[in-house]
Structures are given as structure tokens and as C-alpha cells.
Ligand binder design. Structure first.
Ligand SMILES: C[S@@+](CC[C@H](N)C(=O)[O-])C[C@H]1O[C@@H](n2cnc3c(N)ncnc32)[C@H](O)[C@@H]1O
Length: 313
């Protein structure tokens, strides 16, 4: 799945089909990562052009290297998709399709120095970009209740109170310097038995979501992206967390501007799930930006096919 800073793109053909990229046009990839989806978009038709965004400087460097090869077909922009209004002029538009494959990339998780990993020692950082607060700075201003709430809601971790207490105690006693120390604090509450996943997984996920304001960025993107889409253009969003999927589902269902093309989320097939563990929690939803919110538009045959692949989870 991940070798030498690579990232296996999830639900690739489903995204390309969902965005209708074979018909050509201008597309916006809001989460370039290592460019798996961008490359597939560019390969889907000779008259496809892509602008990509990422907030991570390493992803931006990878994108600039691709831009040097692709010439005018591809452009890389550094930025946060939670600030689309500010980025708008730089991005251009309107676009026929916008893709957001949100969350964290494999190179981010796999580089210990980024501080996302509980398998190798790294700094208490977890920032996708370098502009926000590091995990360590953030932890130093949390009280136990606030920290427990973050771990409970974003990590869906039922033992959040005890974990929060253990983390803040370790911090106060000078025992919390690395991501391995953080894992140790989670483990220290004991009683984990033989869990299916590492006990630190949910806590690390929760802290990462908080540090990067991931839900806030998604919510702001969903509200602002309409301005960049051509009428009839499509928005495809891949999420990895139930709270994120709910935001997308409600936006597509409750806002008359959107015509959902996927009634149920599209999930990865067995082969992809077996090959790429990240794909197991991925959910794709696609919607059309209607020309007129009251009139609505309908999906076409290719999207009906996509929907047929959807499974209720
Ligand atoms: C799951 S990866 C995308 C992988 C990509 N589709 C590929 O195939 O290589 C998510 C990427 O989105 C970026 N990202 C997450 N939140 C972001 C935000 N609010 N604004 C811009 N980029 C963001 C991360 O830095 C990461 O590189």
C-alpha cells in the first residue's frame, strides 16, 4: 500500500466515473496528497485539466513536480480547502467536477517526524500544515473535560475520561515528549484486553482531527464549493469517519442546491478492501450542483451504475 512515500488512492474508478471525467473539462482536486486521483483524472481524457490543492507542504512539492511534467494541463496550489473563498481567485473556475478525498495521507502517517504515528517515535506535532498549533502546544492548554470530549466525539472512544486524565498527568509530570509516550499514556489506563486495533488508534485519530480542525474545514468547504462549480457540475467527497460522512450526507440531502447521485455511500469492493486497509472505512458520496435549486437535475446512466454499487453500512 505504501512504499517510499506513496499513497494508494481509494475508490479511484468510482470517483472518476462519479465526476464524469471522461467527458473532459476542468476539475479541482482539493486534496492532492500524492496525486493518485489527479493522475487518474488527467488520464481519463486528453481534454481534462486539473487544479489541485493541499495544505501539506510535502504534498505541494509532489504536486509541483507533477506540474513541471504536465505543463498547462495541471496546476498545484498550496492552501486549506476550509478557506475556499480566500483561495477562489487563485483556483479559477468554474469547474465541471470537484473532488475531496479527506483525512490523512499514507506519507503523513508513515513519516515519524510528522508526529501522526504511534508505531514510531515522533514529536507531538500532527499538523498537516505548519501554520496551526502543534499537538504539544494544544495539549498544554486543555483541561481534562475538554480533552475527554475531543477523544470521545472525534475518536468515538468510550474510555475518553480516563485517557484524558492519563495524558494530562503524563504531560504535567514531564513524561510526554513523543508519540510513543502518548501511546504509553493511553495504554497506561489498562484493561484493554485483546483489542482488534491498537488501543491508541482512536485517541490519535481524535487528536489529529482536532489539531487540524478537520470537521470545521469540511463544513466550510461544503458551504463554499458551490461558487466554484459550474451548474450541472459534480462534487465527490470521500470520508473516513462517520461524523464526516454525516456532514456530507446532510448537506446533499437538505440543501436544494445539491442533487445527490448516490443515495447510499459507495464503498470499496472486497478486492480493494483486502489490498488497502485504509479503503475499509472509505465512503464516497457524489452530488450534482443543480442549475436552479428549485428545479433540480437528474443523474445520468453512469451515475446510476455507481449508485448500484453502493451498500448501506
Ligand atoms: C487522503 S489524502 C489524499 C490522497 C490523494 N487523493 C491521493 O490519491 O494521493 C488527504 C490529503 O488532503 C490533505 N488535506 C486534508 N485536509 C485538508 C484541507 N483542509 N485543505 C487542504 N488539504 C487538506 C492532506 O494534507 C492530505 O495530503
Amino acid at each position: 500500500m505504501t512504499e517510499g512515500g506513496r499513497h494508494a488512492p481509494v475508490l479511484l474508478s468510482e470517483c472518476i466515473e462519479g465526476l464524469g471525467a471522461a467527458a473532459g473539462g476542468r476539475f479541482l482536486d482539493l486534496t492532492f496528497g500524492r496525486g493518485g486521483h489527479t493522475r487518474a483524472l488527467l488520464a481519463s481524457a486528453p481534454n481534462v485539466r486539473v487544479v489541485a490543492v493541499d495544505r501539506d507542504p510535502e504534498a505541494v512539492s509532489a504536486g509541483q513536480a507533477l506540474a513541471a511534467q504536465q505543463g498547462e494541463r495541471f496546476r498545484m496550489v498550496e492552501g486549506n480547502f476550509g478557506e475556499l473563498a480566500a483561495l477562489g481567485a487563485e483556483l479559477g473556475g468554474p469547474f465541471q467536477g470537484v473532488l475531496a478525498d479527506i483525512g490523512v495521507s499514507s506519507p503523513q502517517i508513515d513519516s515519524p517526524e510528522r508526529g501522526f504515528s504511534f508505531r514510531q517515535a515522533g514529536p507531538l506535532d500532527m499538523r498537516m500544515d505548519r501554520t496551526s498549533e502543534s499537538l504539544e502546544t494544544w495539549l498544554r492548554r486543555q483541561d481534562e473535560t475538554t480533552l475527554a470530549d475531543v477523544i470521545y466525539h472525534y475518536g468515538e472512544e468510550r474510555r475518553s475520561r480516563r485517557i484524558a486524565r492519563a495524558i494530562l498527568e503524563a504531560l504535567a509530570e514531564g513524561r510526554l515528549h513523543t508519540t510513543l509516550d502518548l501511546r504509553e499514556a493511553v495504554m497506561s489506563i489498562g484493561g484493554w484486553g485483546h483489542p482488534r486495533i491498537d488501543p491508541a488508534t482512536r485517541t490519535f485519530q481524535a487528536l489529529r482531527i482536532a489539531i487540524n480542525d478537520e470537521l470545521g474545514a469540511l463544513e466550510r468547504m461544503l458551504a463554499a464549493v458551490r461558487a466554484l462549480l459550474a451548474p450541472g457540475g459534480r462534487l465527490a467527497v470521500i470520508t473516513f469517519h462517520s461524523l464526516e460522512d454525516r456532514l456530507v450526507k446532510w448537506t446533499f440531502r437538505d440543501d436544494a442546491l445539491w442533487q445527490p447521485l448516490t443515495r447510499r455511500p459507495v464503498i470499496a469492493n472486497e478486492a480493494e478492501r483486502a489490498e488497502n486497509p485504509r479503503a475499509r472505512s472509505a465512503k464516497l458520496r457524489v452530488a450534482t450542483r443543480t442549475a436552479n435549486p428549485d428545479a433540480g437535475t437528474t443523474g445520468d446512466a453512469s451515475l446510476n451504475q455507481i449508485e448500484d454499487k453502493g451498500e448501506e453500512i
